[in-house]
Design a protein around this ligand. Structure first.
Ligand code: MG
Ligand code: MG
Length: 250
């Protein structure tokens, strides 16, 4: 499918979808604490999205059972929220959430520390967030998607972190997953970025090796060596003047 470039009108709706996603993350940041279950976080996210007259994009997507993906420690992405998953001091929890507003999707993930986390987990969070913003710097007209991927790869290498290879960013708009796919490392991609493109950039970096596997539930992705993984994502609009982050508070 050809890449869909969005009109001003469409970008405005995407900003509103993105704002709702940002409201959820603002609430998650406050709510993530020792003793809270990921099911409670899911219910809170659902409530905020509905209060803002939007729909949870993930709920029912290929059968996904929840509003958020809640992926703990060695879980990379696509973890199910659960009453049994109670956050503990020292955990890291990646929360990924999408909201659909008037037919347009915002998609953003953030990894939160629960209480006091180890120095290596702190480094992992800082480095993964840094890699996201290093990639975003290239989200401008006439830059190359390869430079986004390369900037993420370079930050991962600087910190000696594993890069998840099987998952990555994606175009986003009327659909949660549109073209192009965005690897988080160099692949000789020739795509030139143009204004109006809206793409979710989402590095997933690991304290250990690159390799991941999927649990028996068919969804939860974990690192093969069980070392912690972090995930940061923004939905971004390419403009002539640089990246416009759509999943931040208006
Ligand atoms: Mg996401
Ligand atoms: Mg995404």
């Amino acid at each position: 499918m050809a890449i869909q470039r969005k009109s001003k009108f469409e970008i405005n709706l995407m900003k509103q979808a993105g704002n709702i996603v940002a409201l959820v993350h603002a609430a998650m940041k406050e709510a993530v604490k020792e003793g809270v279950t990921t099911k409670e976080l899911d219910e809170l996210a659902f409530k905020i999205i509905k209060e803002n007259k939007a729909d949870p994009t993930f709920l029912g997507y290929h059968g996904f059972p929840a509003t958020i993906c809640a992926s703990l420690n060695e879980q990379v992405v696509h973890g199910f929220p659960s009453n049994e998953c109670i956050l503990k001091n020292g955990d890291i929890i990646s929360i990924d959430v999408g909201a659909t507003y008037k037919g347009f999707v915002g998609d953003s993930a953030w990894t939160y520390a629960v209480g006091e986390v180890s120095e290596e987990k702190q480094m992992l969070l800082k480095a993964t967030e840094e890699s996201l913003f290093a990639g975003l710097e290239h989200m401008k007209s006439n830059d190359r998607l390869e430079n986004v991927a390369g900037a993420i790869e370079d930050v991962a290498k600087k910190y000696n972190l594993g890069i998840v290879r099987q998952y990555g960013g994606h175009g986003v708009g009327r659909q949660m997953h549109e073209d192009p796919f965005v690897f988080n490392y160099r692949t000789n991609n020739t795509l030139i970025l143009q204004k109006g493109m809206t793409i979710a950039i989402e590095p997933m970096l690991n304290l250990g090796c690159d390799d991941v596997s999927v649990l028996e539930d068919g969804w939860t992705v974990v690192t093969k060596d069980n070392k912690p993984s972090a995930h940061f994502e923004h939905t971004v609009h390419v403009t002539d003047n640089g990246p416009e982050i759509l999943t931040k508070l208006l």
